[in-house]
Ligand binder design. Structure first.
Ligand SMILES: [Zn+2]
Length: 258
């Protein structure tokens, strides 16, 4: 019976070791298959004819920021996917073809993300993130660009809409956001994608007020973020398209804008 006393423990240890060992071989680079594109051929609108890549930041083994002061913990990868899914629906309703780099909790490398974006021929790429810092009072909105000539106009167009769209919470409370920042960031996702590409650090999920709204998606903060990014994309394409509105570069037929 001595053996019996330690037997279950060894069985447990073996099972744990197997669980640790198994995910290493499959999985890690199955990634470009995870991307999925969405469109609605019965819908036309301001973004008809555009392909937009929406990239939910982090995922799988990379949680991104975690706010452990909330109950339950807020995890960035999960919020990024929620916001990206709402954004996808808004953009599809505007007539766009929208490609999500991931639709589930999956690990993606930067190469997976830009390879997918380039293969799908995106007209713009938006990578969705939430910011975090140790001081729980800090909150502002930010967009980041990689190559000035390719990305900066998109970063500025989206930032303008984030600042105005996030200044109040959905219930009308003043939010801590009263300004925005635009910054350069040498991310492979931005530098190696062939289209205007930005990272959105929408709000600080480490901020106490933001966290309390983000913790309950029915309060609508995620929707506000998605709506602001959508508005920024529309403004960007309107700038790019000039007076015909929908053509953009290289599409002489116009994008189907009424
Ligand atoms: Zn992030």
């Amino acid at each position: 019976m001595k053996a019996g006393a330690i037997g279950p423990r060894w069985a447990l240890v073996t099972a744990v070791l197997l669980l640790i060992a198994m995910p290493v071989s499959p999985g890690v680079h199955a990634a470009t298959q995870s991307g999925t594109c969405f469109s609605d051929s019965s819908t036309s609108g301001l973004l008809s004819g555009r392909t937009i890549i929406v990239d939910p930041g982090h995922g799988g083994s990379d949680p991104g920021a975690v706010n452990t002061a909330t109950d339950p913990d807020l995890v960035e990868k999960t919020l990024n996917l929620e916001i990206s899914t709402i954004l996808k629906d808004l953009l599809v309703a505007d007539g766009a073809r929208v490609c999500l780099t991931r639709t589930a909790d999956e690990t993606l490398s930067n190469a997976d993300r830009y390879t997918f974006a380039n293969a799908e021929g995106g007209d713009a790429l938006v990578s969705i993130h939430l910011n975090s810092v140790s001081n729980a009072d800090v909150d502002y909105t930010m967009t980041m660009w990689g190559k000035r000539s390719k990305d900066l106009a998109l970063a500025q167009a989206v930032l303008t809409k984030l600042v105005s769209g996030l200044a109040t919470f959905p219930d009308g409370e003043d939010s801590p956001i009263d300004s925005g920042r635009v910054a350069q960031f040498a991310s492979g996702v931005l530098l190696k994608s062939n289209m205007p590409a930005i990272i959105v650090e929408a709000v600080f999920m480490s901020n106490t007020q933001e966290a309390s709204y983000l913790a309950d998606s029915t309060q609508g903060r995620e929707t506000q973020i998605a709506q602001a990014v959508r508005d920024g994309l529309v403004a960007f394409f309107q700038q790019q398209g000039g007076s015909d509105g929908g053509g953009g570069k290289g599409n002489g037929k116009g994008g189907g804008k009424p």
